[in-house]
Write a protein that binds this ligand. Sequence first.
Ligand SMILES: Nc1nc2c(c(=O)[nH]1)N[C@H]1C(S)=C(S)[C@@H](COP(=O)(O)OP(=O)(O)OC[C@H]3O[C@@H](n4cnc5c(N)ncnc54)[C@H](O)[C@@H]3O)O[C@H]1N2
Ligand code: MOO
Length: 446
Amino acid sequence: MTGSTEHTDSTAAACCDGAADPAPAAPRLWSVDEHLADVLASVGPLPAIELPLLDARGCRLDEDVLAGGDLPPFDNSSMDGYAVRIADTSGATAEYPSVLAVVGDIAAGAGELPRVGPGQAARIMTGAPVPPGAEAIAPVEWTDGGTGTGLAADAMTAAVEDEEVRVLRPVAVGAHIRRRGSDVAAGSRVLEAGTPLGATQLGLLAAIGRATVRVRPRPRVVVLSTGSELVQPGEPVGPGQIPDSNSFTLTAAAQEAGAIAYRVGGVPDDAARLRAVLEDQLGRADLIVTSGGVSVGAYDVVKEVFESYGGVDFRRLRMQPGKPQGFGRIGGAAGVPLLALPGNPVSAYISFELFVRPVIRTMLGAADVHRPVVRALCPAALRSPAGRRQFLRGRYSAVDGTVEPVGGTESHLVGALARANCLITVPEDVTELPAGSEVDVVLLDS
Ligand SMILES: Nc1nc2c(c(=O)[nH]1)N[C@H]1C(S)=C(S)[C@@H](COP(=O)(O)OP(=O)(O)OC[C@H]3O[C@@H](n4cnc5c(N)ncnc54)[C@H](O)[C@@H]3O)O[C@H]1N2
Ligand code: MOO
């Protein structure tokens, strides 16, 4: 953290010659970029750990993964049919089929294999090892399936040792054989460090026999709502009370960003309760995110409690919404990072998008820390307060590259927020944008 003690505004009047008393220093206003840089400077990727495959989903590899063996590990059939020798099927037709003696039946997983000699075939299933002597697989549809009818079959008959099969057409060398190592060669690098692990990467790791993998773990994020007005959704709502929606928004957003998120319901404006909940949660948190109580209200015990830990700074940003923010560590320099977001639901969500999501992505070791920003044409005229970067909720269409504002600028409008798929950014030095202007748009559903 930088500047936590110097709360001077660069625009504040300096003391003038001859003035009796210096004017009290105005609180410093941080730009969005300064605050983000300060927050990100204090976090880094979490130390790597070895995890079981499914626990590693969504994490990034912290190792180059080499294949211990070939994939496929042995030559095997890609069809249900008969393993044959080429010379035996040469010139075969439906009218003059090659009649071969069936010397065995090879299921997937078979250990002992019959040898296929001249004039012989072995019945074989998809994935089963190709037996010695065989040079190709005749799919069952190219045979009579061992029925003795000479008619093309569309399925196998029951087990047929010592029976005959008629092959109705010639088979080329290697046909329907999946060669050992043709997918992955032993010793080759199958995944690079830094690769995010999704379904197919985890499947590949399993296929090469890995049960665990070394990754940057998902950060564990504890999400707390503060405010005595909060009840949990589904509970009776008394006079002046509202359901706690922020903890749901923020927990889901943390999960979507790649974190393991723990939602802790509303904590009332009571310092002892808040301190007790924090102490309880610290042990399982890589990051704590709270909402509410960061402005100037009389019952904002949040500031009092967090400040009592030291190292947490409350500041004001040149942005709308999301002006008041708290940031620091609980438990000293090596403690748990904390972001205290404003309580207004839209402010809390936008603050999450701008500051918390990049922290989670950084802890994950992700390459894409920030949401993509695109330029879009806005048919509506926009107004914005001077000196504050405004984030309007919008609907962006990639089809025609336009964006429409959704709802107004106020920070309680959750109905409109749920319809938005982007944030329209109006820079600090712009107060009006005529209809048809180009704007920066932060894409939220990327
Ligand atoms: N005199 C001033 N008043 C306010 C200022 C200011 O500068 N001077 N700033 C305003 C701005 S901007 C914001 S943002 C809010 C931030 O307030 P707090 O962080 O202290 O949040 P609360 O007062 O606790 O709540 C604000 C608002 O949000 C509702 N809320 C809170 N938590 C939840 C939740 N979990 N789920 C749903 N809704 C929640 C709460 O009921 C309030 O309506 O301060 C302004 N005031
Ligand atoms: O900054 Mo508040 O976050 O405008 O509503």
